[in-house]
Design a protein around this ligand. Structure first.
Ligand SMILES: [Mn+2]
Length: 332
């Protein structure tokens, strides 16, 4: 393993202390963010199996549940373990739990309705990799690492457990989701070290990449429209595209099928910044920002109280699209 790979860290607890809290807790609820992506889902499932293996090794009785307050993306049909993830609405709260752990949530809004479950837990832990993390739990651990998939891998050693094929596959899912299959600049030497370990444990890179990067006909139609109707400001290297609720219905797009739009726009030659703005059911706008070296989208997203990473960030706002464009242009 590469020594001292750790990047920008904030929080008030170490992973070892988190492991100790997990050891002591008799009941644990795990959550990840709404609009769950491959990293949220992969890391939470990997972590679930790791806690289970740890409990078995230590001979501990532990109740572990996973709740996500949202629908799962279509590709999860390929993983039977999706059954372990309860939607908030079907989750039965049986009294107070000892520990609430969020993964991949930069702020508490990202819990969605699961925030109600947090209130019923004695202690809360936030483990995340977004530099914009607001340290929203009792115990916080934030590392500037490519993905939660890569972050949770460290618990193999801390828990003293063996890396199973299942854990490896789910960590791999998280890593390729958040690195765009190793294309983004958040990939480090350590990412590849971890992936080598995951492949040794049986993770099938080809199978997992095919599952999450497969494209539905609906998504193909959307991407066609993005390529045709994106607007480019060549001087600033800024490309943007707006998707209305009306279009979402016309294209028959399901949850998660608009993922990747900001990424494909940034691939256009000469582009430094991309914005994908999607109108939500409630009329607000969700923005996804991606950039190359010239800009910092964590800062740009913060204009709208959003955030994320330097090269990938998001926000949600009540402002009309024209106003969003104006505010962003002023920053460039
Ligand atoms: Mn992530």
């Amino acid at each position: 393993m590469v020594e001292n790979y750790k990047r920008h860290f904030k929080g008030n607890v170490t992973l070892e202390e988190i492991a100790e809290k997990i050891k002591e807790a008799k009941s644990i609820v795990l959550t990840a963010h709404i609009s769950p992506d491959g990293d949220a889902l992969g890391s939470i499932l990997a972590f679930y199996f790791m806690i289970k293996a740890f409990s078995k090794k230590e001979n501990l009785e532990k109740k572990v549940s996973i709740v996500i307050a949202d629908e799962l993306p279509k590709y999860m049909k390929h993983f039977e373990e999706r059954e372990l993830i309860k939607n908030y609405d079907e989750f039965k709260v049986e009294g107070m739990s000892d520990l609430f752990i969020s993964l991949d949530c930069a702020n508490q809004e990202r819990y969605g309705k699961s925030v109600e479950i947090k209130k019923l837990c004695k202690e809360s832990i936030n483990i995340d990799h977004h530099v914009s993390n607001t340290e929203h739990a009792d115990f916080n651990y934030v590392e500037d690492i490519c993905s939660m998939g890569e972050l949770v891998h460290q618990f193999i050693e801390i828990f003293g457990i063996e890396l199973s094929k299942k854990m490896a596959e789910f960590m791999y899912l998280g890593i390729i989701n958040d690195t765009g299959n190793f294309r983004h600049d958040n990939v480090t030497e350590h990412t590849f070290e971890v992936c080598a370990d995951l492949m040794r444990a049986g993770a099938n890179n080809h199978k997992i990449a095919n599952i999450i990067f497969a494209m539905s006909v609906e998504k193909m139609n959307l991407f066609g429209d993005v390529y045709k109707n994106s607007v480019i400001d060549f001087e600033k290297g800024f490309i943007y595209y707006y998707l209305s609720q009306k279009q979402i219905k016309e294209f028959n797009l399901k949850k998660g099928e608009t993922d990747g739009v900001a990424e494909i726009m940034l691939k256009i030659d000469g582009m430094e910044l991309s914005l994908f703005a999607r109108e939500e059911v409630d009329g607000t706008i969700k923005g996804s920002l991606r950039c190359n070296d010239k800009y910092n989208v964590n800062e740009i997203a913060s204009i709208f109280n959003g955030g994320g990473h330097v090269k990938a960030a998001g926000f949600k706002t009540d402002l009309p699209f024209e106003e969003i464009l104006k505010k962003i242009s002023e920053k460039l």
